[in-house]
Design a protein around this ligand. Structure first.
Ligand code: SAH
Ligand code: SF4
Length: 331
């Protein structure tokens, strides 16, 4: 949805048209302005021309039925992927992309291999949620949580991400506490978010307990090393008094050994730090840790007094885990 074009057209209309249009988009979840009973015919035609509600895409459902991947086609024919995860308790989480590809090139990440194609506009970010909202509405269900864990680094497209969050929170009515941004550790983004007035959640992709290994896995660690990153997180916590989640992928033989757990415990034993161990979705480069290794790793951290949880990944068979999204290049 191109909101800038929408406002341009509504500029010459009575003021209440904006909230009427937003209700059509976010409450009615219409996919054609024709369905807007509140708007005059001529305006509907104009809107269908300038900023159509249609979102082009196709879905692929995983065999366990827990995750659905959508491939959306944007106005310039670029493609992005986004994922809907269904939880046993009836909640639905959408995993949004913030960029087409990602410039940061983490060695374990499929998206990183693509490089950056371009940033997404805030309307394109919102469309990913609307696509699944319409999909769920058919079964009278709705999205309960939003995470920025799809393609791209949200803090390298800060303004569009924050603008999208404003709509998703204020117009689409997803509580700020149910919205999370995951970052690879872009320090100026963390600093900015600390002054943001909505209480959204921050997650940090850590994946290694020391600079040497982290730089190998995540080149951005050279620019924003662990000490600086964690210092910024501490400032964020001091300012917001909010819990920060650290994501740690369990990659076989790379970062999953007992000495890594010991090292990690030293970094993570702080108030309002929460460590989340995540099953790695195998790629051509790395394998997932064995469950016995994960158990051992987790018990070391628990013994050291770290607050640690474990997340199982979804949608392995459709390569739809968050962070595993990539648009295969066509010939
Ligand atoms: N760029 C941001 C957000 C998108 S990546 C970031 O890195 O935090 C979202 C998450 O998916 C990150 O924690 C990332 O490390 C993780 N991820 C990447 N590749 C993965 C894989 N193969 N299996 C499971 N998670 C993966
Ligand atoms: Fe980019 Fe995040 Fe993938 Fe790293 S893990 S390449 S930052 S999307």
């Amino acid at each position: 949805m191109d909101f800038d074009k929408l406002y341009k057209i509504l500029k010459d209309q009575p003021k209440y048209r904006v909230s009427q249009a937003k209700a059509v988009i976010f409450d009615q979840l219409a996919d054609n302005w024709e369905q807007a009973s509140t708007l005059p015919k001529e305006l509907k035609n104009q809107l269908n021309q300038a900023c159509p509600l249609e979102i082009k895409g196709e879905t692929k459902i995983s065999s366990d039925g827990q995750s659905i991947k959508a491939l959306l086609i944007l106005a310039d024919d670029q493609k992005i992927e986004t994922v809907l995860l269904s939880h046993k308790d009836g909640r639905y989480t959408v995993c949004l992309s913030s960029q087409i590809g990602c410039p940061l090139g983490c060695s374990f990440c499929a998206t990183g291999k693509m490089g950056l194609v371009r940033n997404l506009q805030y309307g394109e970010i919102i469309d990913q949620a609307l696509f699944f909202a319409r999909y769920l509405a058919k079964d009278k269900q709705r999205i309960s949580n939003i995470v920025f864990m799809g393609m791209g680094e949200p803090f390298l497209n800060y303004d569009n991400v924050i603008k999208a969050i404003k709509y998703l929170n204020e117009d689409f009515k997803i509580g700020a506490r149910r919205i999370s941004i995951s970052t690879s550790g872009v320090i100026h983004g963390i600093k900015k978010l600390a002054t943001y007035d909505k209480q959204i959640n921050l997650a940090i992709s850590l994946h290694a307990p020391n600079d040497k290994l982290r730089t190998q896995l995540m080149p951005i660690n050279k620019r924003f090393p662990l000490k600086d990153l964690l210092a910024e997180v501490d400032k964020y916590i001091a300012k917001t008094d909010r819990q920060v989640m650290f994501e740690y992928l369990m990659i076989r033989g790379v970062n999953d050994q007992p000495q890594h757990a010991q090292e990690l415990a030293k970094l993570m034993k702080k108030p309002l730090y929460l460590l989340n161990l995540i099953a790695y979705n195998p790629t051509e480069v790395f394998k997932a840790s064995r469950s016995s290794e994960i158990r051992k790793f987790k018990s070391i951290l628990e013994r050291e007094g770290v607050l640690v949880t474990q997340r199982y990944s979804f949608g392995k068979d459709i390569e739809a885990a968050c962070g595993q999204l990539v648009v295969k290049r066509e010939k």
